[in-house]
Design a protein around this ligand. Structure first.
Ligand code: ADP
Ligand code: MG
Length: 484
């Protein structure tokens, strides 16, 4: 029998807000333990929660981006469980009236070749609910320690339908989710800082069957590729079990990225164990049309629409657009430069090949951020102008760019200081071209016999001789005139 995998992901995303979901306590990653709490976070007697409106608006922003249905009303429920990371012994969450339901996340699967666009697909969402984060436990050989700083931080739980079929799709789904949430400034989605966490559910069923098989929940997936690797392993494990006549046990398993093996953690709780009930301290929230309309205005152009526009408007090839569209600031930078000088291809190439290379070399973590670049979009546009009007060659421009990157100086200043302009006067250039023609009869004869491209060999020699200081177009003109 052939089996197919069914995957559904539960993703927790910390919402970027200054304060927590139900209190004015601040949150900051990496702060000293237990200093960012207050009586509400700790659930001290007499404290009452106050809803953070910013968190509601940002969740609605996500819901609108993913085309979810926004109900008229959402409400808060207590999820009860006893565990040291949970100061109140309940977590405020949403049970039967979440803030968003349905919707989908558009994904792009890898293309058939590096330079070809991939297939776009919609992955259905079940819901997005708002809840508070819990504390963080750390264990050493003797002690377990708890830090409540993270408790109460607003979290969106984004639940997909069980509708992905491969680990590759799950990877693309998380990549796209992260890209959209970063674009709209809802979260920074840094997995290393726990801003995005994913549990992956996976089951197998016979090909052709519609019923869902028994699922296993994978935890401790610490990166997007960890999710892919964990799923690939788990699909193989279940397939092997079923093919050897066994059955899959419903359980939660822990992924170990070092050994690339999953192991049982606990058998899964059922909903009844949490004894959900409406939080008596919080009123339901009415989500009025006016509010929704206001949130709609906060949504930027979305990445895949930008990808399409970059193809149409700037005629950039797929390899270039795919460098830009996942990063909103990079797109803005590119477009700001093109506005100053209309040569999208040259500008895109310099950003993608040269600026990004310098940025990642300058940053030891290899994390690029165009915000850290000393070259302004206008500065880059001016550099390209100098190439286009023949002031400097393409080759020299790359050196100027490196200098601009290091010093923050303008192209013009660097060119003048270094005497980099095409300073050879026409007479010198003409006599140099003459010398090269005399010294290289082979390409000259080829050219005379009709192989016009032979001129490139001569051009290369002149360029070399002038140390790329001469304008290539000018060399071309002179050589042609002399040869003809
Ligand atoms: P639970 O109550 O165990 O948390 P849910 O129905 O809330 O289960 O689903 C949690 C996640 O598991 C969702 O993302 C859903 O798509 C996924 N899921 C549910 N059933 C299956 C299944 N049989 N196989 C794979 N994924 C599943
Ligand atoms: Mg669930």
């Amino acid at each position: 029998m052939d089996y197919e995998a069914v995957i559904g992901l539960e993703v927790h995303v910390q919402i970027k807000t200054k304060t927590k979901l139900f209190s004015s306590s601040k949150y900051e990653y990496g702060a000293a333990p237990n200093i960012l709490t207050d009586e509400i976070v700790l659930g001290l007697p007499g404290s009452l929660p106050i809803i953070n409106f910013k968190a509601i608006k940002k969740t609605l922003r996500a819901g609108l981006i993913f085309e979810c249905t926004i109900p008229n009303l959402c409400k808060w429920d207590r999820k009860n469980y006893f565990y040291p990371d949970n100061p109140k012994n309940y977590q405020i969450s949403q049970y039967d009236n979440p803030i968003c339901s349905g919707g989908f996340v558009e994904i792009e699967l890898p293309g058939p070749a590096r330079n070809l666009m991939g297939q776009h697909k919609k992955i259905a969402l079940n819901r997005i609910q708002l809840e508070e984060d819990v504390g963080k436990l750390t264990h050493d050989a003797i002690y377990s320690m708890v830090d409540f700083n993270r408790a109460g931080v607003p979290l969106m739980e984004i639940v997909s339908e069980p509708c992905m079929a491969t680990a590759e799709e799950a990877f693309a789904y998380l990549t796209s989710l992260k890209m959209h949430l970063c674009y709209a400034d809802i979260s920074d989605c840094d997995m290393e800082k726990g801003q995005l966490r994913c549990d992956a559910n996976v089951s197998l069923r016979p090909v052709g069957s519609r019923a869902l098989g028994t699922k296993v929940e994978l935890k401790n997936l610490n990166s997007i590729s960890g999710v892919r690797n964990g799923l690939e392993y788990e699909i193989k494990r279940q397939k092997h079990l079923l093919e050897s006549g066994g059955t899959v046990k419903q359980e939660t398993r822990k992924w170990n990225a070092e050994t690339s093996i999953s192991s049982p953690m606990r058998s899964k709780e059922t909903v009844d164990d949490y004894r959900y009930f409406p939080d008596p301290d919080l009123l339901p929230v009415r989500l009025e049309t006016e509010l929704i309309d206001q949130v709609k205005l906060e949504i930027p152009e979305l990445p895949f629409r930008k990808q399409e526009r970059f193809f149409e408007k700037y005629k950039l090839p797929y390899t270039l657009t795919s460098v830009f569209y996942p990063h909103r600031e990079l797109c803005d930078y590119f477009e700001a430069a093109v506005k100053e000088h209309n040569n999208p291809t040259a500008i895109a190439n310099l950003i993608a090949n040269d600026i990004l290379r310098e940025l990642s070399a300058a940053n030891s973590f290899g994390q690029m951020s165009i915000a850290e670049c000393k070259i302004s979009p206008l500065g880059l546009a001016n550099l390209v102008k100098f190439i286009d009007d023949g002031t400097i060659s393409k080759q020299l421009a790359k050196e100027v760019l490196i200098e601009m990157f290091k010093t923050g100086k303008e192209a013009l200043e660097i060119i003048n200081n270094k005497g980099l302009t095409n300073s050879l006067d026409d007479g010198t250039l003409r006599s140099l071209c003459g010398d090269i023609i005399l010294a290289n009869p082979k390409p000259v004869n080829e050219y005379k016999n009709g192989k016009l491209t032979a001129i490139n060999a001569l051009k290369g020699l002149v360029m070399k001789e002038t140390k790329a200081k001469a304008n290539p177009q000018k060399i071309d003109d002179i050589l042609r005139k002399l040869l003809d």
